[in-house]
Design a protein around this ligand. Structure first.
Ligand code: DX5
Ligand code: ZN
Length: 217
């Protein structure tokens, strides 16, 4: 059984003190830091780019889980790898040769993740399962923090876990969007083990307790 991983999303942090926010997350038990990259094109919002990844990489040796919500991940990939991403997750819906991008991530010695939006069927990622270290099942329409969890994604998580078992594979299953202890528990029972949480961790009165609740849910 895979270990539960909690990955606070920096998007919900106080950007006036990024260094202290990363330190607070790590102190509070964060296993990974989740960095949301938005290009204003693939999603209707702009966040931050490779410079922020490099900044966080220099602050702490915590594992950096970089989620590329960008239209041309192939074009920007090398910059995120150079910035220090440990995991690079690209969307199956983006405009690129998915298989080739995944090969490039692994060839650079990084972990390869593949994400799919709530409306995208599991079949869209099936051809790539041998090539990934993580499958990210979005549990909101990506673009903004603080949205409500979409329970209709749970059967897709179950399908992913079943396919993983049938094919003897070992990729992580990550969920992202609207994750609090209660929704984390439902996702875990469906087969997910990596929990991304922005608002419910960084904005909690007690971040360590919030992370622990998500881990145990
Ligand atoms: C959604 C991002 C998420 C987001 C999660 O577009 O990919 O990582 O920051 O935020 P919460 O946990 O607040 O829903
Ligand atoms: Zn994300």
């Amino acid at each position: 059984c895979r270990d539960r991983v909690v990955a606070p999303s920096l998007l919900a942090a106080d950007f006036t003190q990024v260094g202290e926010e990363v330190a607070r997350a790590v102190r509070s038990g964060a296993d990974w830091m989740h960095l949301d990259i938005m290009d204003g094109h693939f999603v209707d919002n702009i966040s931050f780019g490779p410079a922020m990844v490099q900044t966080v990489d220099a602050l702490d040796d915590v594992f950096l889980d970089v989620h590329l919500m960008i239209s041309r991940p192939d074009h920007y990939l090398d910059r995120f790898i150079e910035a220090g991403a440990d995991m690079v997750t690209v969307h199956v819906e983006a405009d690129h040769d998915v298989a080739e991008t995944l090969v490039r991530i692994r060839a650079a010695g990084r972990h390869a993740g593949l994400a799919l939006n709530p409306a995208t069927p599991f079949e869209a990622v099936e051809p790539f399962l041998e090539q990934i270290d993580l499958l990210l099942c979005m549990t909101v329409v990506p673009g903004f923090g603080g949205q409500s969890f979409m329970a209709e994604v749970l059967p897709k998580i179950q399908a992913a876990a079943a396919a993983r078992h049938d094919r003897g594979l070992g990729f992580h299953i990550e969920v992202d969007g609207g994750i609090v202890a209660e929704t984390a528990g439902r996702c875990a029972r469906a087969g997910a083990n990596v929990m991304v949480a922005g608002s419910s961790t960084f904005r909690a009165p007690d971040m360590a307790a919030a992370i622990e609740d998500i881990r145990r849910a």
